[in-house]
Design a protein around this ligand. Structure first.
Ligand SMILES: CCCCCCCC/C=C\CCCCCCCC(=O)SCCNC(=O)CCNC(=O)[C@H](O)C(C)(C)COP(=O)(O)OP(=O)(O)OC[C@H]1O[C@@H](n2cnc3c(N)ncnc32)[C@H](O)[C@@H]1OP(=O)(O)O
Length: 226
């Protein structure tokens, strides 16, 4: 096992938090994240005078120092609580504590489907008034990945293929995905993003459970059987 693989593994943590504690954290940090999202859009759209921009900078600096006074040193990782509830709260596409995430609120079905109604504001712009193609890829990676998880065959993205069929407008959008087939350790998932005029981006993803995870699961199964 390489060092990077073991580092990766260390960031999957079962911290035994109860559902109540998790909910309390969600109620505290979710609104903080929303406030920062509002700040990102305001930073982009403001036209106030120079002194107000300077004052805002000072206030933001003060808020950042306040939050930094006690903080985890690196990435959030993926954590599980006592009941098995999973928190990928640092996730760039849908992390509850990540203000860069749109957010997505993905709903899943156990037959390997995922879907989300979401909104992309001005901070996700690429071409004028349109969604940045990399942002569409981010969203489809997550929605397709979640469909693979929902279907019971999770994995890391091995290959993600996109077809940008028509420009994706900023604003209210919809994305969905479904597991198309499972071939050995590979789960092939298809999906798309659509706007009011129909499908804008189509995607196919190959999701593969990394070797270290396959080995950990095989070990776990062997010890349960023995
Ligand atoms: C106990 C705890 C369990 C935790 C489980 C954690 C898993 C995640 C779960 C939940 C995620 C939730 C949702 C996420 C959404 C967002 C996803 C992302 O953004 S992921 C970041 C971007 N992706 C990467 O950074 C991958 C980097 N690449 C790798 O880590 C490896 O290359 C990996 C895992 C993709 C494959 O490595 P190998 O060592 O497992 O592969 P080999 O054993 O050589 O091959 C197995 C099969 O896969 C094919 N394969 C290998 N690489 C492929 C590739 N890149 N594309 C397509 N096929 C590939 C091979 O041809 C082989 O196929 P044949 O069985 O022979 O048919």
């Amino acid at each position: 096992m390489t060092e990077s693989t073991s580092d990766q593994q260390l960031l999957y943590v079962n911290d035994q938090l109860s559902d109540e504690e998790i909910q309390r954290e969600a109620d505290l940090y979710g609104p903080l994240t929303d406030s920062v999202r509002g700040l990102i859009a305001a930073t982009l759209q403001t036209e106030v005078g120079e002194s107000d921009v300077r004052r805002a900078r000072a206030l933001i600096g003060e808020a950042a120092s306040l939050l930094r006074a006690k903080a985890i040193p690196g990435p959030y990782g993926v954590r599980w609580g006592a009941s098995g509830r999973k928190r990928g709260w640092g996730n760039a596409a849908d992390g509850l504590r990540n203000a860069v995430a749109p957010p997505l609120n993905i709903r899943t079905d156990p037959d390997g489907r995922a879907r989300t109604d979401f909104h992309l504001g001005p901070q996700y712009e690429g071409p004028a008034g349109l969604v940045h193609g990399g942002v569409s890829a981010l969203i489809l990676d997550q929605v397709l990945g979640d469909a693979a998880v929902a279907g019971g065959t999770p994995g890391m993205t091995g290959t993600l293929t996109l077809r940008y069929r028509r420009p994706t407008p900023l604003g209210d959008l919809y994305a969905e995905a479904r597991v198309d087939r499972v071939e050995g350790v590979k789960t092939i998932v298809v999906g798309h993003i659509s706007g009011s005029d129909g499908i804008c981006v189509e995607a196919e993803g190959v999701f593969i459970l990394p070797r270290w995870a396959r080995e950990a699961i095989a070990e776990q199964n062997a010890s349960t059987a023995g």
